[in-house]
Design a protein around this ligand. Structure first.
Ligand SMILES: [Zn+2]
Length: 358
């Protein structure tokens, strides 16, 4: 009897777009809410979970979201706000920047998206703000490429540019509302608008916050070192929610984290992986936090700075060593990753964004 009551309660919660009060930056509270919403579902059944839309749990621990239109995509779920580091505090908001590489497909398309019942606020200053986040990501990526290769190999995002040579950031109105912020609708709307290339990655700066989450990105379990790795041959999407005074979230670190998922970080079998929540265990590494995964052994000791792969042994290394796991498996820093340009730092960058001032 108790079981039936529990089941009925769980199903009522699941169908009611469940929102529970909890602390903002505890991954476990976010996951607990999702697990509770899914608890009453039959095997294979999709349940409405805010802000994903129809959702179910896959066998590899990932969530599957059914887009408006029927396609099913995978994500680990909502990412919380990253902590403010000592370096951030000392810098007082300043951060190094680097220009982006203008490129044809394959490339990253950056977008500003707003809900249908909110105004389009994509102004010149909004464009410049998003461009600044992208340039901060660019600096971090290249700095970590160089540090992983003793200064020999840099890396740059390949982005779409305007004819002026500056990054092209597209604005889009989605059919979902600010009350729902439904990702299954947003991602479907991106596809309908033509942002659906197999040679595309899409990073959305979304002009509305969601409860207790800051970002979401598609990822799949595929660690094969191959040009046809799924992260290399399919459109993958990421979003950074936020942008109101009390719930900002918009910053380069969330953007880099979600795009990192889109490029395949962090795979389950990788050294120092947190397991079935698809992050890692190394301190302030941009892809790591205490996410409660089945291999989670999070420690702040290994890295006390926000870098893209602390130790260069888990998902990003531009110069691997013999015997290293990343040498034989999918590695975002491998030259076969089509979404980055890899460069010799002493060579010119003919495709660099105008006015990048590298
Ligand atoms: Zn994540």
């Amino acid at each position: 009897m108790q079981g039936r009551i529990f089941l009925a309660a769980a199903m009522a919660l699941a169908s009611a777009v469940f929102v529970a009060p909890a602390a903002a930056h505890q991954a476990s509270s976010v996951d607990a809410r999702i697990d509770q919403a899914l608890a009453g579902a039959r095997p294979g059944q999709f349940v409405q979970v805010k802000p994903f839309g129809p959702t179910r749990r896959a066998s590899d621990g990932l969530l599957e979201i059914r887009l408006a239109g029927g396609q099913v995509v995978k994500t680990h779920g909502l990412d919380p706000e990253p902590p403010v580091t000592a370096a951030d505090a000392a810098a007082g908001g300043a951060h190094p920047e680097r220009g982006l590489n203008c490129a044809d497909l394959p490339r990253l398309q950056v977008l500003y998206v707003h809900p249908s019942d909110r105004p389009n606020r994509f102004s010149k200053s909004m464009y410049e703000r998003i461009r600044t986040y992208m340039r901060r990501m660019s600096h971090r990526l290249n700095a970590d490429a160089l540090s992983s290769s003793q200064g020999r190999i840099g890396a740059d995002y390949r982005v779409r540019c305007k004819s002026s040579g500056e990054i092209d950031i597209r604005a889009l109105e989605t059919r979902t509302t600010a009350a729902r912020d439904d990702w299954s609708i947003i991602q479907a709307d991106l596809k309908r608008a033509g942002h659906d290339s197999r040679q595309g990655k899409y990073l959305v700066w979304y002009d509305d916050p969601v409860e207790r989450g800051c970002g979401l990105g598609n990822i799949e379990g595929d660690d094969t070192k191959s040009a046809s790795n799924r992260h290399n041959v399919r459109p993958f999407y990421a979003v950074v929610w936020g942008n109101i005074g009390t719930r900002i979230c918009w910053n380069w670190r969330v953007g880099m984290h979600e795009n990192g998922h889109n490029m395949g970080a962090v795979q389950y079998a990788a050294p120092r992986s947190s397991g079935d929540k698809w992050h890692c265990n190394d301190g302030l590494d941009l892809m790591c936090y205490a996410d409660g995964g089945d291999k989670s052994n999070y420690s702040v000791r290994r890295c006390d700075n926000a870098v893209f792969d602390c130790g260069k042994d888990t998902y990003f290394d531009t110069l691997t060593e013999p015997g290293e796991w990343l040498r034989g498996h999918w590695n975002i820093g491998w030259s076969g990753n089509r979404f980055l340009d890899f460069s010799r730092p002493d060579a010119p960058r003919p495709s660099a964004e105008a006015g990048s001032g590298r």
